[in-house]
Design a protein around this ligand. Sequence first.
Ligand code: SF4
Length: 381
Amino acid sequence: MEKDIPFLQQILPKKFSAAYMKGRSNYACIYRLLQSDHQPILDGVGEIDHFKEVREWSHETQTGDRAELTYLPENLPFWNRINAKSETCIGQKCADYEPCFITRMRARAETADIVIVNHHLFCADLNVRGNQFGKVIPDYGAVIFDEAHLIEDIAADYFGFQVSNFQLEELARDASVLPISDAVLATQIIRSASRINGFAEQFWVRFKQARDADGRFRCLRMHFSHRGIDGEDEALARLETEADVFSEKLPEADSVVRRVRQTRFDLKFIVEQADRNFVYWLERRGRGIFLQASPVDVSSLLQEKLFDKVETCILTSATLSTNGSFNFIRDRLGLDKVRPKRLWPNRRLTTKNRRSFICQKRCPTRERLSLRKWRRPRSSR
Ligand code: SF4
């Protein structure tokens, strides 16, 4: 972004503007930061100084991007409780919607000719398009994927389902601090939240015992044949009913209900393992246990959500071909159905097995692109 965009702006005949977007969890959430005045979000006194620095920085920063905090440790335990991730965002009902860093980032991107995002943000956005709380990237008419051989794996992560112990803990914590003035109803919700934590302990303990090292493991239906799962679902259902009473008036309650529904759906999907197009697995990472369901084949999803909707898609990578053919990648990404007009092996590359692959619906020819005119001057090579 710092080198290539200024270079292209300098040499291309047509002037253009560009914006860079990262995943939402890289940005601070102003609303959650303000809420932290009334809610305990730190795990210990050792975090107090770091938190104060983040608070001060949040008043000064123009972007809210976590990357600016280079003077703080990379792993700030409380960051997950103050970042702008879509699960906890209350959208346009938020009192801080206008100054929100995500709103401002989106506004910058809306006016740019080119928006640069990584594969993760692109796939995350693709998965939640149509959801008013999740969509981040402005609508686009053309996409260029660099390193396109990575799309399949990353899309599988984002088109799948996941439930983790962190997610349930966070949900219970957010529910127990809902700003409800009726003391009786607030106490009921706090009790339901602690029931979720109680059942969650039973639920996760077996996984912890069975898999005591970090790694990825197969997850079978029989692994869920213990009572914890029913109790957990029942506790979540109770919280959903109780919080739903306040959904209309309280965007925070609405957000909790939305998350409970999604969690119950995802958990059921993973536990039942009824869809044979998915692979079910468990990951242990430090204190975290993540139950996952990932689609085995993302081709139809990519076709439906991307290739059928976007006028022009260009995929480029040095490693898209297999044995000199693009059939494998076309199959895996669902490109066999869109009939690309051109497969473009780049013979200029010196490594024998390297190819670039361009799938296009409407794309100027190489001749019309006048590549020679845009060739990089020797001094900047
Ligand atoms: S709109 Fe969402 S992300 Fe932005 S400040 Fe409000 S809650 Fe946070």
